[in-house]
Ligand binder design. Structure first.
Ligand code: UDX
Ligand code: UDX
Length: 448
């Protein structure tokens, strides 16, 4: 099928590349000329495992092209994905101006053919009808009037950064929200190869469940999923904070409750909490939407409050170990909000750095991706080292901020010898306590 994806960020680019890989004819549109130039040369502007290879094979097969020409993209696609950013405003409200600009642009460029317009970006509940209105606005603003035929579908994404390609080919479910049978049928045709597991790791699995529902419910599924996952993490962090005080081990507690099939073992890793471009923004947006309709979200606000506090726990633990942090040198292992991504949006490391600077500590950092890409936003004053050994040299303590696999295999014996104090705060309860203690470290976890 002919597809146009508008917005080539973490979601739009992955969606476009994967749809081309399964056989569709895809144009990806972005208004950032630099990005389009890079993608045309076969390079991905973002780090996602497996994305570059798929991108290159799809481009060479001629099924994937990139452009800044929105009109050309709209003429080409019978299915138009809106995948532009919907960042949070300071009020917590979703900033939908980019979605509005694109929807208006679609209205301005629609030709006679029937189109399915898909909200892929996470948009406030009720946006489906709003997008329809904006597109029609775009149509009426044209010189010559035109009969247009289109329907809007909500098709929320559940991609985790660092595994977005895997998640696209192995989704737990596909959610389609629309009141148009024609649009739903076209979307089911589009996703058929994925539903039939032709690209799944485990082809013996039953077909991917497809939930067809109304627009508002589909949009709410996205928010409710992220809000639940975020709340589940804040729950285990609350338990970890109690474990710290009563001498229980939160890792054992997480195992014990996770064996209950009603709870499940995933997303019960205690630590410095959640960051990234989705959980923080989507939970705030849901809180804000509820407020618009006169409902106070006590539980969600509590989850946000618990989460905000988690990041500063590592500072408290450093103070317990080193007392005064002024003049001390602290080394951060990892900077990104989670492993296997280059995304620093709302990364806990940014608040930890800010607080350490405020307390007069010197901050060094090593991150497998950031140390190579030279990302500097929010890292002013931080000495970025190119390897963990250089990071440890001269430090009074280390803090593990991101659970990168490679941190399990470092030479901690050697690192301990070059530090002023061999202290490590494991912000993700990720490292093996025995290994670190054998290497001579004072090991401090969160709730364990
Ligand atoms: C976006 C939304 O932010 C998120 O809510 C949703 O869940 C998934 O899609 P992301 O892919 O991370 O997440 O967005 P971002 O990384 O901000 O990329 C958006 C892209 O759209 C950028 O490349 C930007 O250049 C482009 N864009 C933005 C346009 O092409 N046109 C515009 O008018 C605005
Ligand atoms: C999330 C959702 O998982 C995904 O479905 C949605 O589409 C986008 O938002 P993402 O934010 O990319 O994906 O990463 P995720 O793996 O969910 O982790 C989010 C944050 O929670 C990270 O900062 C991670 O470190 C933290 N986390 C995750 C925990 O602190 N504990 C856990 O047990 C799991």
């Amino acid at each position: 099928m002919r597809v146009c994806v508008i917005g080539t960020g973490y979601v739009g680019l992955v969606t476009g590349v994967c749809l081309a890989h399964i056989g569709h004819d895809v144009i990806c549109i972005d208004n950032n000329e630099e990005k389009v130039k890079l993608m045309k040369s076969g390079q991905s502007p973002i780090y996602e495992p497996g994305l570059s290879e798929l991108m290159q094979s799809s481009v060479s097969s001629g099924r994937l092209t990139f452009s800044t020409d929105l009109g050309a993209g709209i003429q080409h696609g019978e299915i138009l994905f809106i995948a532009v950013g919907t960042p949070a405003l300071p009020t917590g409200e979703s900033d939908t101006r980019y979605v509005e600009a694109v929807a208006r642009g679609i209205g301005a460029h629609l030709n006679g053919g029937y189109k399915v317009i898909v909200n892929k970006s996470t948009v406030p509940i009720g946006s489906g009808d709003w997008v329809q209105m904006i597109v029609l606005d775009g149509v009426t603003q044209r010189e010559q009037s035109l009969e247009v035929a289109f329907d809007v579908v909500s098709n929320p994404e559940f991609l985790r950064e660092g595994s977005a390609v895997h998640d696209t080919f192995n989704p737990d479910r596909i959610v389609l929200g629309s009141n148009s049978e024609k649009a739903i049928a076209m979307m089911e045709e589009l996703y058929a190869p994925i539903v039939e597991r032709n690209y799944s790791q485990d082809k013996s699995l039953p077909p991917v469940p497809v939930l067809v529902t109304d627009l508002n419910s589909a949009e709410m599924v996205k928010y409710a999923a992220n809000a639940f996952l975020a709340t589940k993490i804040s729950f285990i962090n609350e338990i970890a904070n109690i474990c710290d005080r009563v001498g229980a081990d939160v890792n054992q507690v997480a195992k014990g409750i996770g064996l209950d099939s009603r709870i499940g073992s995933k997303f019960l890793e205690a630590g410095i909490g959640w960051g990234g471009s989705c959980f923080p923004k989507d939970v705030l947006a849901l809180i804000h939407t509820a407020e618009d309709y006169g409902y106070e979200t006590e539980l969600l606000q509590a989850a946000v409050k618990v989460n905000k506090r988690q990041r500063y726990l590592v500072i408290e633990k450093l103070q317990q170990e080193l007392k005064i942090l002024k003049g001390k040198t602290i080394g951060l292992l990892g900077l990104t909000f989670k492993p296997n991504t280059d995304d620093m949006r709302d990364a806990p490391s940014l608040n930890i750095i800010e607080e350490l600077n405020r307390l007069g500590a010197k901050v060094k950092a090593y991150d497998p991706i950031v140390s190579q890409t030279g990302i500097s936003h929010g890292l002013s004053g931080v000495i970025i080292e190119t390897n963990p050994e250089m990071l440890a040299d001269g430090c009074d303590a280390l803090v593990l901020v991101t659970d990168w696999q490679e941190f399990l295999k470092l030479d901690y014996d050697k690192m301990a010898k070059t530090m002023h104090h061999a202290i490590i705060i494991d912000g993700r309860n990720f490292l093996e306590r025995e290994v670190l203690e054998k290497a001579g470290f004072r090991f401090v976890g969160i709730g364990c």
